[in-house]
Design a protein around this ligand. Structure first.
Ligand SMILES: Nc1nc2[nH]c(I)nc2c(=O)[nH]1
Length: 266
């Protein structure tokens, strides 16, 4: 296995093609916490393998989380690569494993990356728990970056306007918001939540931003969607309970399956 993360992604893409029997993929989706039920609506499964069958992927950090990757044929004949789960920065493996799936997908021919996540909501005055919000931009507070060296990637439109317009054609009522990425694994303090509101954030999470940067570096278009599964800490009375939060996400993600299938199929 190569030490160079980009060469490792090429190795993983080669292994992926032989493991799935698929030569090239059109689009990749990363299903965040609670989004796995939406994956079934994307299309007909061609094959599904544990990510650990591919170079550079570690076993899922949380026992029971589906660290699997699925090749799917959509209704319109496109081939989609679906990562059921992801690696988070808080696992302490460094930033390259966090974006390895995105890099592998791009090396396997993918031109569009759909990043989904479960997030905290910073705007309880307008956001419903269980609402899906289109990501318009992000604020990276992780302190990390997947790119090293003098590669000055422009991030003006890191969340591709064309894809956001497409979603809004399908779901005109869907709001957009700025995603604030923290390293985690702790949730934000109430003071950090208030800071994020002042900074113009609309959701807080522990994923997505670094994957989006890696996707743009690789020349792929990016669509991001957050499921608001809890109000940010301190915005409403009770403390956060991770399990309750994920249950809300699962219920809404199944509904989002149809939307993703339509977007991916276009
Ligand atoms: N950082 C952060 N990540 C989250 N993931 C979920 I679900 N809710 C939250 C939240 O409130 N903050």
């Amino acid at each position: 296995m190569s030490n160079d993360p980009y060469a490792l992604a090429t190795e993983a893409a080669t292994a992926l093609k032989s493991a799935t029997g698929v030569d090239s993929f059109d689009v990749a989706l990363v299903m965040g916490s609670g989004w796995v039920p939406a994956a079934d609506a994307i299309g007909e499964t061609i094959s599904e393998i544990p990510v650990t069958d591919l170079p550079g992927f570690a076993p899922p950090a949380v026992a029971g989380h589906a660290g699997r990757v699925r090749a799917v044929r959509t209704g319109s004949g496109k081939v989609a690569l679906i990562f059921l789960g992801r690696t988070h920065l808080y696992e302490g493996r460094g930033v390259d494993p966090v974006v390895h799936g995105v890099r592998t997908a791009i090396k396997a021919g993918v031109g569009t990356i759909v990043l989904t996540n479960a997030a905290g909501g910073l705007r309880p005055e307008t956001q419903e728990v269980g609402e899906a919000v289109l990501i318009s931009d992000h604020i990276n507070l992780t302190g990390a970056n997947p790119i090293t060296g003098a590669t000055f990637v422009d991030l003006t439109d890191v969340y591709t306007p064309r894809l956001r317009d497409l979603v809004r054609e399908i779901e005109p009522s869907m709001a957009e918001g700025v995603y604030v990425a923290f390293r985690g694994p702790t949730y934000e303090t109430p003071a950090e939540v208030r800071m994020c509101r002042i900074l113009g954030g609309d959701m807080v999470g522990m994923s997505t931003a670094l994957e989006a940067v890696a996707a743009r570096e690789g020349g792929a278009d990016v669509l991001g969607i957050s499921l608001v599964t809890n109000p940010g800490a301190g915005l409403v009375g009770e403390p956060l309970n991770h399990e309750e939060v994920l249950e809300v996400g699962r219920a809404t993600a199944a509904r989002m399956g149809g939307l993703l299938a339509e977007v991916v199929g276009k």
